[in-house]
Design a protein around this ligand. Structure first.
Ligand code: PRP
Length: 182
């Protein structure tokens, strides 16, 4: 079976993860004071982060989901972005905050921001829990970043490898033997 024994190094402990979320929640609550914020959770990786972040917000919130895929089952970005599930509600005139677990090449977020901007929200910002700037292929600066991390293959707190490890409460580096054969 698989689990935390496949992690060679913990980058962010469960406590650090939660501290980062609290800090982001405070900043976002202050910035959106007096407004309602519509959170858009990018499935599936951002589920844990969105659920935790939302509970830290003191402003009124709405929640919607979108599923976009830019990766196959492996660790490398294919650059192919497609919408697998669209939002349920229109976002025109809304203050929208896109919530993402990680920005890597930036392809997913750039595509999504451009496509959402065309729907005429009142404002559109993005909040990413992890930023891996070393891998960036397109120019994109997230408005809110939890932690900037080095170019390692990380899993946990929503991040997966081949659909696994999302449930780990910390962010860790996956042992290379786990994905070496693929
Ligand atoms: C991951 C992650 C981001 C994207 C970031 O999603 O959740 O959406 O890749 O990579 P990029 O900056 O190189 O585009 P993935 O396609 O693995 O789907 P998941 O969220 O369902 O795990």
């Amino acid at each position: 079976m698989y689990g935390e024994e496949d992690v060679e190094e913990v980058l962010l402990s469960a406590e650090e993860v939660q501290r980062g979320v609290v800090s982001l929640g405070q900043r976002i609550s202050a910035d959106y004071a007096g407004k309602e914020v519509t959170l858009i959770c990018i499935l599936k990786g951002a589920v844990m982060f969105t659920a935790d972040l939302m509970r830290q917000l003191t402003v009124p919130t709405r929640l919607d989901f979108i599923a976009i895929s830019s990766y196959g089952a492996g660790t490398k970005s294919s650059g192919v972005v497609k919408i697998l599930k669209d939002l349920d509600e229109p976002i025109e005139g809304k203050d929208v905050l896109v919530v993402e677990d990680i920005v890597d090449t930036g392809l997913t977020l750039k595509y999504l921001i451009e496509s959402l901007q065309a729907r005429k929200p009142a404002s559109l910002r993005c909040c990413v829990f992890l930023d891996k700037p070393a891998r960036r292929e397109v120019e994109i600066e997230p408005d809110y970043v939890g932690y900037t991390i080095p170019d390692r293959f990380v899993v946990g707190y929503g991040l997966d490898y081949a659909g696994r490890y999302r449930n780990l409460p910390f962010v860790g580096v996956l042992r290379s033997e786990v994905y070496a054969d693929e």
